[in-house]
Design a protein. Structure first.
Length: 500
């Protein structure tokens, strides 16, 4: 046997050294690990060595193959195999790292699993963001597409109510208007869920009358639940302040959804809405508002889940009871108003109790009024840019014979509007967010760059209720954003405020 390639101290380790020819024939072997026979071809010992023999004539560099499993009858080892080529000899070195690889395997596996978990977390985050973006875009488009025809529907019904109607026609129209408003409330709920999840919802602090909100709700639900033979009772303690400062729209949304939930869950008996004073000082108060019903109640095992989105309690496989979106909206809105809500239920009914803080309005100073017929009413010329014929008709009918002195002119697109603005003076412009030949945003920017129109107030009347879009419009020069559907009073009040 020729002089070993390795030094003597390495030979005491678990290393086997073989010398082979270029054809793979074994010249010598120390057989430390495996019993090789002289003059035998190394390829016959294990299929892996066939690959080594195939490279001997074409590759002159030294090559190491890590973590090679060599197994056969009665043996199994994990080796690093090196092929060392010299001028006159070729050596194959077998390094036995079986125990090392076995010990390292759990660590490698743990590292791989950690990497997989990290990548999975990143993937889940990207997937969640993609789903959230899709949902917000879907809700935005859905709201816009529904609110535009809904605005026309409610607007024409409002105009119809001012005509001479029989008693039956008037009552039928009331039901139609309430149904339309229910669709509006549902669209508001859907959008508000998305806004609250993104932290984009804003709370108002405006004066309102609590009695008016309760009266409107009572009128709506007495008509609705009358067909079910359910008694609706509304009570408000005498010491409860009626003139408050807060967010009347959100308060109405909370009470509407609580009453809607009670209505859904009650077949006979009564529903009661009660308001009491919890605490009060000169400027602030906290009200306790309860909504109770005589429905079948909520099982104790289900009561913690009723505020979940889309949760519905099922009495049986056919009839679901509970509100899919309403109670989720209620819980989130009350939290945003710095209030609290709790629920108690048994087989005699359910009671939702909430505590909400409000500011108390001080005494209002009387504003000087101008008597009718004083002759100082000035006409205000308003330019509306609208291309949809139904929307044009609604605007014309809304402003027809109005008592505010508003004179309406309609442009079919931005180009038409620019030509009218050059020829005439206007007190106010109403535009939507998408015109046939321009975006509403570009129209506003162009108006603000023109010396003649730069000071004219601009109202954006749109079916879109996305906060980002509204803020962008206002930042570019819009004076107000009016979300559809809106009432004639809301429209006229906004016009008066901006054109006075």
């Amino acid at each position: 046997m020729k002089k070993p390639l390795l030094k003597e101290e390495f030979l005491n380790t678990r290393i086997q050294q073989l010398e082979i020819t270029k054809e793979g024939t074994i010249v010598c072997s120390d057989n430390v690990l495996f019993p090789f026979s002289i003059d035998e071809n190394i390829a016959s010992f294990h299929p892996f060595f066939e690959a080594i023999v195939g490279t001997l004539t074409s590759v002159s560099d030294d090559i190491t193959y890590p973590c090679v499993n060599i197994s056969g009858e009665g043996f199994s080892k994990i080796l690093d195999i090196s092929v060392v080529q010299r001028k006159d000899s070729t050596y194959v070195l077998l390094f036995d790292f079986t125990q090392h690889y076995k010990d390292a395997h759990p660590l490698v596996q743990e590292k791989n699993e950690a990497a997989i978990a990290k990548n999975r977390l990143a993937f889940d985050k990207r997937l969640l963001l993609a789903k959230e973006t899709f949902k917000n875009n879907f809700l935005s488009n859905l709201n816009h597409e529904v609110r535009n025809p809904l605005n026309n529907l409610l607007g024409f019904m409002e105009l119809l109510r001012k005509t001479k109607l029989s008693y039956d026609q008037n009552e039928t129209l009331k039901v139609m208007q309430r149904t339309g408003m229910q669709i509006k409330y549902l669209m508001d709920d859907m959008l508000d869920i998305s806004k609250m999840e993104r932290g984009a919802i804003l709370m108002q602090q405006v004066p309102f009358n609590l009695g008016h909100i309760l009266s409107n709700l009572q009128q709506h639900y007495r008509l609705k639940i009358g067909v079910k033979n359910i008694l609706l009772e509304t009570t408000i303690d005498d010491n409860v302040p009626k003139k408050l400062i807060g967010d009347p729209f959100r308060l109405n949304q909370i009470l509407f959804n609580l009453l809607e939930n009670a209505y859904r869950n009650t077949t006979t008996g009564s529903i009661m809405l009660g308001v009491t004073l919890q605490e009060k000082n000169d400027k602030n108060c906290t009200l306790t508002i309860s909504v109770s019903d005589t429905g079948k109640g909520i099982p104790a095992s289900e009561i913690d889940r009723i505020f979940d989105t889309y949760y519905q309690l099922k009495e049986n496989e056919i009839t679901p009871i509970g509100e899919g979106l309403g109670l989720k909206i209620v819980k989130d809105l009350i939290a945003l108003l710095n209030g609290k809500i709790s629920v108690k239920s048994d087989n005699t009914g359910t009671v939702f109790t909430s505590q909400l803080p409000f500011k108390i309005r001080g005494k209002e100073k009387k504003r000087p009024t101008v008597p009718k017929g004083s002759g100082i009413l000035m006409s205000k010329r308003i330019l509306v840019i609208e291309d949809v014929e139904t929307n044009q008709m609604l605007f014309m009918r809304t402003f027809l014979n109005n008592e505010k002195g508003f004179i309406l002119e309609i442009a079919k697109d931005a180009k038409h509007a620019y030509s009218l603005l050059e020829k005439k003076d206007y007190n106010l412009i109403i535009v939507k967010n998408n015109l046939p030949d321009s975006s509403g945003l570009d129209f506003i920017k162009n108006c603000k760059l023109d010396s003649k129109s730069e000071h004219i107030p601009i109202i954006v009347a749109s079916g879109s209720t996305m906060l980002q879009e509204q803020e962008e419009m206002l930042a570019k020069g819009a004076s107000a954003f009016l979300s559809k559907p809106y009432t004639q009073k809301e429209l006229f009040d906004t016009i008066e405020k901006l054109s006075s």
